[in-house]
Design a protein around this ligand. Structure first.
Ligand code: SAM
Length: 339
């Protein structure tokens, strides 16, 4: 009989003593946005996607090893046909293993208005929606898709109405590019009663123009936000939380700051990633990928595949080396790795 995640200590432990609980799985590397800080411009013509059955089998391998959170991402995960079915199938892993994983999604929100309620009913618990500007002209200049702002706003409101809470809005900030949106986002967080999380720009873009000067340090950001409305620092929701949290002294809304560059949190990282072509990445910045899908296709049984996953997890890098001499960007960009 398979062990359940609650009855055994996590087997996925890296050689630095971290328990790995969080699986991020890219279910497509297609995207309907071409955000200027992420994509080169032209849409590619070849994509790597597995079938729902194959993603489900891969996820099923991880759950008894102590994975408790599954985040679907991409590319743009809402582009996948059969997404609602896939979520429903992940949710039914409860019957196999006693406990269903906490299922979340990271999406650009463009297609969320009509999908929020069906996804919630299928078992999705939370949604994180990416949004890098709070006004239509700036937003559409970033996504390069007309009327995208109104679609995403409708998606955010639908996610709230469907109970995919807390709804988190992720904004990647680049100096001289969209930092004029900081104050608007503070007001947006209050007005829409959502969590706005500012994320430091990392060297994962297709265009290879990252530089430290583009990153806005956390103290500067907090100073600017505080001038809009006084902030109070909030305790972390859980050990190892990546965001530094702030509430507003008076009123709803929340701000999170995720600072992988200026305040790296690798020591608390509990993540493994699975690319849309079924390769395990132990870090966003890994130089190697581990071909789990290839082994599955070659006919390895579940026990052998789980032993492989355990061995790969042990190899998780201690930390990233962004900005240090000799730092190497990963060979694949964020849209292919899965953010
Ligand atoms: N399409 C979905 C979305 O927009 O949320 C999921 C995939 S997207 C790659 C996931 C997240 O990665 C988005 O919030 C995006 O802004 C973020 N991202 C992309 N490139 C990044 C970079 N170089 N540094 C930091 N975050 C980045």
């Amino acid at each position: 009989m398979l062990p359940t995640p609650t009855s055994v200590p996590p087997q996925l432990r890296d050689s630095h003593g971290r328990a790995l609980r969080d699986l991020r799985i890219s279910i497509t590397d297609r995207c309907n946005y071409r955000c200027v800080y992420c994509r080169d411009g032209e849409e590619g013509t070849s994509y790597s996607e597995l079938s729902n059955e194959e993603y489900l089998r891969l996820i099923t391998l991880f759950i008894p090893l102590g994975i408790t959170k599954v985040r679907l991402t991409g590319g743009e995960p809402l582009l996948r046909h059969g997404l609602v079915d896939l979520v429903a199938e992940i949710a039914t892993l409860r019957t196999l293993f006693g406990e269903a994983p906490d299922i979340a999604i990271t999406t650009n929100g463009h297609l969320l208005e009509s999908l929020a309620a069906p996804l919630k009913n299928a078992g999705l618990r939370r949604a994180t929606i990416s949004m890098d500007a709070v006004d239509a002209p700036n937003f559409e200049a970033i996504t390069r898709v007309p009327r995208s702002f109104e679609r995403v706003l409708a998606g955010i409101r639908a996610a709230k109405a469907a109970g995919l809470e807390p709804v988190k809005i992720n904004c990647v900030l680049l100096r001289g590019f969209n930092d004029n949106q900081i104050e608007g986002f503070a007001r947006f967080a209050q007005q829409e009663n959502v969590i706005v999380r500012f994320i430091e720009f990392m060297p994962l873009e297709e265009g290879r123009f990252w530089s430290r000067d583009l990153v806005i340090p956390i103290d500067e950001l907090v100073g600017r936000l505080s001038r809009v409305a006084p902030l109070v620092e909030l305790p972390p929701n859980e050990a190892g939380e990546t965001a530094i949290r702030f509430g507003f002294k008076d009123g709803p809304g929340e701000i999170g700051i995720i600072a992988p560059v200026s305040r790296a949190f690798c020591g608390a990282c509990s993540r493994l990633r699975l690319t849309s072509d079924g390769k395990i990445r132990t870090c966003l910045f890994s130089q190697v990928e581990h071909d789990l899908y290839g082994r599955m296709r070659a006919g390895l049984n579940d026990e052998a595949l789980r032993s492989y996953i355990i061995r790969v997890a042990q190899q998780k890098e201690q930390r990233h080396h962004i900005g240090e001499p000799g730092f190497l960007k990963p060979s694949r960009s964020m849209v292919h790795i899965g953010g």
